[in-house]
Design a binder for this molecule. Structure first.
Ligand code: FAD
Ligand code: DHB
Length: 396
């Protein structure tokens, strides 16, 4: 069989790409190795940039997000016993954030895709790509009923995340990476958020963050060692650390039943180029950022916007210019997000003493972090830099 674009992965990148292509009359087949339910339940990001929100609205997929998403005008930074608000609209010409979970974005995209009759195959196995150097690359897989498919495509989009099969299909990649000496333990708790906007806290016990999923459900994170086991973290121990790290005079952190907990390692990773022949990588398949800047999901959205435009140009108008420029166009934003995520991560976490040659060097790092935070909350120029990056740049 044939299709125009073979898409691997039903994460935000693959699903959104299928919608963007369909709206321009380009046909695609999407394959995913997990079940629909698994994709819809996987707990991940929660913050959408202004540009991501606008794009979802523009293509008619933003109704529930507009109804149920929470609009935020900034974040709180907490350190050295102080809590400060950074106001994004006044620093960025009116940009805001929307708190709407990745699980909900994925549910909306899958429901609308099935309704529109998109070809979506869940629970496939043996996904493989070949002949990506030719104009007829092949996407092969075995469907949930055990039937083998070989699909001849005009192009293949590798939206299969960090552990997918697409990136390894590109020869001679240039990889830049950094593994951080800490991880995030994240929980969902059935308790109304104790804050109106997200709190990012730098504390002597390590980083902590208070986010939310709705007016009834809180999402909270604490920094832990990368080799920590989730079994060693009782609910009581987690709340104790959250209280210590987020505690602030005159403010109370409400506790509630924990319904989900997991540990995520933290790394920065960029693979270049993001395209080889007729195979294009997008989202986590090409790059990973640590979660501190809330960029991962938004970067995936930006990649597929560029990719959809490039593929429509290639397959409908027969012009290769945007496809040829795809990798370079994306990588400018990728590196800007990589910088910002590294900056937020380095400023807010407590680095383990083993990272330093002496206690004085550890002290030096700590004092620099406080100096950086103080600069942001006292200089409009420094605050603007954070706000512009966090709220995100206009989509291409
Ligand atoms: P993914 O969402 O990873 O989607 C890739 C899809 O491809 C998956 O559904 C996968 O099952 C599928 N797939 C993989 N291999 C194959 C194959 N061989 N065949 C078929 N399908 C395949 N970002 C934040 O901003 N804040 C956060 O708090 C945050 N937390 C995160 C926690 C975790 C555990 C992870 C992994 C990421 C987190 N991120 C977070 C990052 C953000 O969620 C990602 O950047 C975002 O999911 C990227 O979307 P994507 O579509 O590129 O990749
Ligand atoms: C959330 C995750 C993040 O990485 C972040 O920086 C802010 C919020 C969240 O899951 O809500």
């Amino acid at each position: 069989t044939r299709t125009q674009v073979g898409i691997i992965g039903a994460g935000p990148a693959g699903l959104l790409l299928q919608h963007l292509l369909a709206q321009q009359g380009v046909e695609s087949v999407l394959v995913e190795n997990r079940s629909r339910e698994y994709c819809e339940k996987r707990q991940r990001a929660g913050v959408l940039e202004h540009g991501s929100v606008e794009l979802l609205k523009e293509i008619g997929l933003g109704d529930r997000m507009v109804r149920e998403g929470l609009t935020h005008s900034g974040i709180y930074l907490q350190f050295a016993g102080e809590r400060h608000h950074v106001d994004f609209p006044s620093l960025t010409g009116g940009r805001t954030l929307t708190v709407y979970a990745q699980t909900e974005v994925v549910k909306d995209l899958i429901a609308a895709g099935l309704e529109a009759g998109h070809q979506l195959h869940f629970e496939v196995t043996e996904t493989a790509v070949r002949d990506v150097d030719t104009e007829r690359p092949v996407l092969s897989f075995v469907d949930a009923d055990g039937v083998t498919h070989e699909i001849e495509c005009d192009a293949i989009a590798g939206c299969d995340g960090f552990h997918g099969v697409s990136r390894p299909a590109i020869p001679s990649l240039r990889v830049s990476e950094r593994t951080y000496p800490f991880a995030w333990l994240g929980i969902l708790a059935t308790v109304p958020p104790s804050t109106d906007e997200l709190i990012y806290a730098h504390s002597p016990q390590g980083f902590a963050m208070h986010s939310m999923r709705s007016t009834e459900v809180s999402r909270l994170y604490i920094q832990v060692d990368p080799d920590e086991k989730i079994e060693d973290w009782s609910d009581e121990r987690i709340w104790e650390q959250l209280q210590l790290r987020l505690g602030h005079p005159g403010w109370t952190l409400s506790e509630g039943p924990i319904t989900e907990k997991s540990i995520t390692p933290m790394r920065s990773f960029v693979a270049e180029p993001m395209r080889h022949g007729r195979l294009f990588l997008a989202g986590d398949a090409a790059h990973i950022v640590p979660p501190t800047g809330a960029k991962g999901l938004n970067l995936a959205v930006a990649d597929v916007k560029v990719l959809a435009d490039a593929l429509v140009r290639l397959l409908v108008e027969g012009k290769a210019d945007l496809a040829d420029a795809y990798s370079d166009t994306c990588l400018t934003r990728v590196w800007r997000s990589t910088w910002f995520s590294w900056f937020m991560t380095s400023m807010l976490h407590k680095f383990p003493t083993e990272s330093f040659a002496s206690p004085q060097e550890a002290e030096f790092q700590e004092r620099l972090q406080i100096a950086q935070l103080r600069q942001i909350v006292s200089s409009t120029a420094a605050a603007t830099n954070l706000a512009e990056n966090y709220a995100g740049w206009p989509l291409p």
